[in-house]
Design a binder for this molecule. Structure first.
Ligand SMILES: NC(=O)c1ccc[n+]([C@@H]2O[C@H](COP(=O)([O-])OP(=O)(O)OC[C@H]3O[C@@H](n4cnc5c(N)ncnc54)[C@H](O)[C@@H]3O)[C@@H](O)[C@H]2O)c1
Ligand SMILES: [Zn+2]
Length: 355
C-alpha cells in the first residue's frame, strides 16, 4: 500500500471513473464476470435492480449499520466465492452496503475489481469515493477497515426519488462538511444555500477526489479533515444505533466540534455561529432543535461509555483524543483535545446548553 499508485493491483489507489446516467445503462454495460451485492430495500423499490439480481450471481441483504458485521461479511464472501480474481464486485446501495462490499472486495481472492452504484445521496457525495470500507466491532464504529479503491462509480439519480427527506438531509450534511473543511471558495457559496442536487453531487465529489488524490491513504494529515464532526458523530451513532442515522449523528458531531474549536481558540466565534446556523437549518424540525437533539442523544448514556468510544477513535494517538477543528471557511486541521475540556463541554451538551 506504499505508493500512491500501484498499477495492476485491484483496489490500489487510482482516481477511478465517475459515470452519470440511468441504471438501465449501467446494467446493460455490466460484464458477465461479476458478483452483485445489493440493498434488499433498494431491490424491492427499484424493479430494474431486482431484475439484475435474478440474472447475475448476487446477494441482497438488508442495508444499515447491522450489515457492517463480521457475520454478514462471512455470508457475502461465501456467496461470492465463485467470482474469479479478475472479476468485478458490484455494490448497489447506501454507505453501509458500500462499506461492507469494499471490505469483501478487498478480501476476496486477495482483492478484486470494485464498482459502486450509490443509492443514497450520502453514498453519492461521500462514501462511494475514497476507497474506505469498514465494519463495526465491539459496539464501535468502523473499527476494522480497509482501503480498496473503486474503478468506477455509477451515479444513477433515479434512486434518489425513493429517499426520505431525512436521507436527503444526511447527504447534504456530508456534502456541506466537504465544502466547509476543504474549500474557501465553495463554502463561501454553500454557506448561504446548497446548490441543486446534480451540482451538489459533482462538486462534493470533486472536492473529495482532489484531497484523496493528494493523500489517498490518509497518511499526510490532509484527508483527515474529512472527519470533521465524526469524533462525536461516530460516538453518538454507535451509542444510539439504529435510532440515529450517520448523517444526523455527524450534524450533532459538527456542533460539538465547533464548541471544542471555540473553547480552544481555534474556531472564531462568528464562524462557529454561522456554521451552526447552517447545520441547524439542515435538521429535521422547522423549529431549530440542534441543542435539544444533542442532549437527547447523549443523556441516556453514561459519560464513561462516550469516553470509552473516544479511546478507540481512529484519530486518537497514544490515548490522546484528537479532533478536526475548523479555522476558517474551507480550512480545518487536527488537534489534540484535553479530556478535561471534553468533560466540561459534555456537561453542557447533556443539559442542552451551548457551552
Ligand atoms: N466509506 C466512507 O468513506 C464513508 C463515508 C461516509 C459514510 N460512510 C458510512 O455510510 C453509512 C451510512 O450510509 P447511508 O446514509 O448511505 O445509509 P445506509 O446504507 O445505512 O442505508 C440507510 C437506509 O436507507 C435505505 N436505502 C438505501 N438506498 C435507498 C433508496 N434509494 N431509497 C430508499 N431507501 C434506501 C437502506 O435500505 C437503509 O434502510 C454509515 O455506516 C457510515 O459509516 C462511509
Ligand atoms: Zn461521514
Amino acid at each position: 500500500m506504499a505508493g500512491a499508485s500501484t498499477p495492476g493491483v485491484a483496489g490500489a489507489y487510482t482516481p477511478g471513473t465517475d459515470r452519470f446516467g440511468p441504471f438501465s445503462r449501467f446494467a446493460g454495460a455490466l460484464r458477465a464476470d461479476c458478483f452483485v451485492l445489493a440493498d434488499a430495500r433498494v431491490a424491492a423499490l427499484h424493479p430494474p435492480v431486482a431484475r439484475l439480481l435474478r440474472h447475475r450471481d448476487s446477494l441482497a441483504i438488508r442495508g444499515g449499520e447491522g450489515s457492517k458485521s463480521l457475520a454478514v461479511l462471512e455470508r457475502v464472501l461465501t456467496r461470492a466465492r465463485a467470482l474469479s480474481r479478475d472479476g468485478t464486485f458490484v455494490c448497489i446501495g447506501g454507505g453501509s452496503i458500500g462499506d461492507l462490499g469494499t471490505v469483501a472486495a478487498h478480501l476476496l481472492k486477495r482483492g478484486v475489481r470494485l464498482v459502486h452504484v450509490p443509492t443514497t445521496l450520502l453514498a453519492a457525495v461521500d462514501s462511494s469515493l475514497g476507497g474506505k470500507g469498514a465494519l463495526n466491532l465491539a459496539g464501535a464504529k468502523n473499527l476494522a477497515g480497509v482501503f480498496h479503491f473503486a474503478d468506477e462509480v455509477w451515479i444513477c439519480t433515479d434512486f434518489f426519488a425513493t429517499l426520505s427527506e431525512a436521507q436527503h438531509r444526511d447527504g447534504r450534511i456530508e456534502a456541506f462538511k466537504m465544502a466547509v473543511t476543504l474549500s474557501p471558495d465553495r463554502s463561501g457559496v454553500w454557506r448561504h444555500q446548497d446548490p441543486p442536487l446534480s451540482r451538489l453531487i459533482r462538486e462534493a465529489r470533486a472536492l473529495k477526489a482532489a484531497v484523496c488524490a493528494r493523500d489517498p491513504y490518509e497518511r499526510l494529515g490532509q484527508r483527515e479533515v474529512l472527519n470533521f464532526g465524526h469524533t462525536l458523530g461516530h460516538t453518538l451513532e454507535a451509542l444510539n444505533a439504529p435510532a440515529i442515522s450517520h448523517g444526523a449523528a455527524v450534524r450533532l458531531g459538527i456542533a460539538c466540534a465547533l464548541d471544542v474549536g471555540r473553547a480552544l481558540g481555534a474556531t472564531p466565534e462568528d464562524l462557529a455561529r454561522d456554521v451552526e446556523a447552517r447545520i441547524e437549518a439542515l435538521g429535521a424540525a422547522k423549529v431549530p432543535h440542534l441543542r435539544r437533539d444533542l442532549a437527547r442523544a447523549l443523556s441516556p448514556h453514561p459519560t464513561e461509555a462516550m469516553f470509552e468510544l473516544f479511546r478507540v477513535d481512529k484519530k486518537a494517538r497514544a490515548g490522546e483524543i484528537r479532533m478536526v477543528l475548523l479555522q476558517s471557511w474551507g480550512r480545518a486541521n487536527v488537534r489534540p483535545v484535553p479530556t478535561t475540556l471534553l468533560r466540561r463541554l459534555t456537561r453542557a451538551w447533556r443539559e442542552g446548553r451551548r457551552p
